[in-house]
Design a protein. Sequence first.
Length: 74
Amino acid sequence: MAILEIGPADHIARVRFGSQGFRHDKSLRNLKDALALHFAHYNFVRIHGSLRVTPAMAAGVTNRVWNLTELLAA
């Protein structure tokens, strides 16, 4: 594990707000959102070597490669 460079303000916030200062949010909602973003990027943005197009293009869902800005706006 890498050593974090934390300053006095970080230490005070951690003491003040408890031990959850540097933990990741483990809520089910955030997990679902992260997985949805991962699969959308995989299918609409990333060009696959064996297909030479995105999986969404190969399936006929779209006719172009999306960029990340378009994906986040959709």
